[in-house]
Design a protein around this ligand. Structure first.
Ligand code: ZN
Length: 197
């Protein structure tokens, strides 16, 4: 018989992606054996994450401030927007130091099989940013898989009629690999070799 509190912890952990019942139970036992102060600090970090971090109202990147540091930086080139699925890809591109424009984080990709529709990603927020004539190019840096390609195609159809140039990263990146795991050189080359859609 598993204790109710323990089961509640396991059930909670199981709600995280990639954590099945066995892993959740193993993590539960692990937490039980850890010093209390360490467990409290993990729990507090999660509470702080939700309390202090929000999504930038302009680009949907993570931030602790009113705007993320990229949107708030007056030296960034405001004529270009790189569109990514998750903040992790934004950080991978930032790490290369080669891109000085802005970003837009979709917080997902269109995936009919998983029930993710265009309304579930931050596509409207992207289109809202293209109203003026400041943005001249939107660079699609969604992942090179079925969902990422479908998302890029969907957005391109909506953006091109607005008179904004749309480009797609060139891929030395193997199909099916998440962009966030691409090395810096591959990312730089694929940004330089982007083609117009
Ligand atoms: Zn931002």
């Amino acid at each position: 018989m598993i204790n109710g509190v323990f089961q509640r912890t396991v059930d909670a952990l199981k709600r995280l992606p990639g954590i099945g019942p066995k892993t959740a139970q193993r993590l539960g036992f692990y937490l039980l054996k850890m010093p209390e102060a360490e467990v409290v600090s993990i729990a507090q970090a999660i509470v702080d994450l939700k309390a202090k971090i929000r999504f930038c109202p302009v680009c949907q990147n993570m931030t602790e401030h009113a705007l993320c540091e990229i949107c708030a930086d007056p030296t960034r080139d405001r004529s270009r927007i790189v569109v990514v699925e998750e903040p992790s890809t934004l950080y991978a591109i930032e790490r290369t130091g080669e891109y000085r424009g802005l970003y837009h984080v979709l917080l997902g990709a269109i995936s009919p099989l998983d029930g993710v529709t265009p309304d579930d990603i931050k596509s409207k927020e992207l289109l809202d940013r293209l109203g003026g004539d400041q943005v001249q190019e939107v660079i699609m840096a969604t992942d090179p898989n079925i969902e990422g390609e479908a998302t890029a195609l969907y957005l391109t159809r909506l953006i091109k009629p607005l008179g904004v140039k749309v480009t797609r990263l060139a891929y030395g990146i193997p199909v099916g690999i998440d962009l966030e795991y691409a090395d810096d050189v591959t990312l730089i080359k694929s940004l330089e070799g982007r083609r117009e859609l």
